[in-house]
Design a binder for this molecule. Structure first.
Ligand SMILES: Nc1ncnc2c1ncn2[C@@H]1O[C@H](COP(=O)(O)OP(=O)(O)OP(=O)(O)O)[C@@H](O)[C@H]1O
Length: 326
């Protein structure tokens, strides 16, 4: 059981942000069940960490959590990773090998980057989810299997279905509960704690002690808008700690590329983009705020926005805000 304690030591789960607290509540509720969970959210926002959190909070926490990143393999290799194979199933299959799904038996299977699954693998996975049986590649012998599936993606699922990259029946099956992991920008109430946590980690990892942060560096840290979320925050603290001088983080540590994601207060600093994209970006931000304000009550929110519930539902779909409404 040491894994669970280890997890809570390695990451900060306590949150001061209402949006993040809501997500944690949803995770706790979902963890108690056996349903398939889909995590959506920007890259680096902590989907992998959230999947582990759900696993450790659930009934299967003493059983294995097996993670597989779908974008790291070719189609054939991924199928063999997932389902295993028998000797001679394909060139190079010199031994019989157990797949990750079998490894996850009675535990949790976490599939990251599901947007990269081929259509054929989606069909095979769908069949496994429906029959709760698997066969290794090259064999007809089926074995009963029991696992909870958690998937994650940073792409817009509805677009992927429209573009026929993801099968609708597969998506339907794996998304019984959709949980949206908020970006760092949406949980700035946690920023100070996360920053201190990352700074502490960066100091330990690099064996450097920091006693002071210059006002310029501090200003940057608080004004930057972190398109790469928690992962980027950690990269930035690493950089600042490594480039510190006599224990002081100076402007030397401020990354040069930051102009892309800097929080823009004046119009002349804004990134240039088509007006349509700008409107969409702002609309999405505002809808997240309004839905949050009304505790995700669509009738109340649509009334305040003076649009129909249907219109609001369509926008929720368009901007992939679904995780907020389960
Ligand atoms: N709650 C947390 N406390 C501390 N660090 C965290 C937390 N959540 C995420 N991190 C750190 O942020 C980084 C990104 O997290 P994670 O890999 O979970 O994101 P992701 O959303 O799965 O990213 P991607 O979409 O690129 O796969 C990791 O280095 C992780 O250690």
């Amino acid at each position: 059981m040491g894994y669970k304690e280890d997890f809570f030591k390695k990451y900060i789960i306590n949150s001061k942000s209402k949006t993040y607290q809501k997500m944690l509540k949803l995770c706790n509720q979902a963890a108690r069940s056996n349903v398939n969970i889909m995590l959506v959210g920007e890259s680096g926002s902590g989907k992998d960490v959230t999947a582990r959190y759900i696993h450790y909070m659930g009934r299967r926490n003493e059983m294995p959590l097996v993670t597989i990143n779908c974008s790291s393999y070719t189609e054939t290799l991924l199928e063999s990773e997932l389902f295993g194979h028998v000797k001679g199933a394909f060139t190079g299959a010199t031994n019989t090998k157990m797949g990750k799904i079998e490894n996850a038996n009675h535990g949790t299977l976490f599939l990251d980057e599901i947007g990269d699954l081929s259509l054929q693998t989606q069909i095979k996975l769908l069949r496994t989810l429906e029959t709760k049986r698997i066969a290794r590649v090259g064999s007809n012998e089926e074995k009963e299997i029991d696992f909870r599936l958690i998937t994650a993606t940073n792409i817009n699922i509805d677009d992927a279905v429209i573009d026929h990259r993801l099968r609708e029946d597969f998506v339907y099956r794996i998304s019984t509960i959709v949980i949206r992991v908020p970006s760092l920008r949406e949980r700035m109430d946690d920023f100070e704690d996360l920053l201190n946590f990352m700074l502490k980690k960066s100091q330990e990892e690099n064996d450097i002690i920091i006693s002071e942060i210059s006002p310029e560096a501090m200003k940057f840290l608080y004004e930057y808008d972190y398109p790469g979320n928690l992962r980027e925050l950690k990269n930035i603290t690493d950089r600042m700690v490594v480039l510190s001088e006599d224990g002081v983080i100076t402007e030397q540590g401020i990354p040069i590329v930051h102009s892309i994601g800097r929080k823009n207060k004046s119009n002349c600093e804004k990134k240039i983009m088509p007006l349509r994209d700008f409107r969409d970006e702002k609309e999405k931000e505002y809808l997240i705020y309004v839905l949050d304000h009304f505790d995700n009550n669509v009738p109340d929110a649509s009334r305040a926005l003076e649009i129909s519930e249907r219109q609001l539902f369509n926008k929720v779909k368009k901007y992939d805000l679904r995780g907020n409404h389960h």
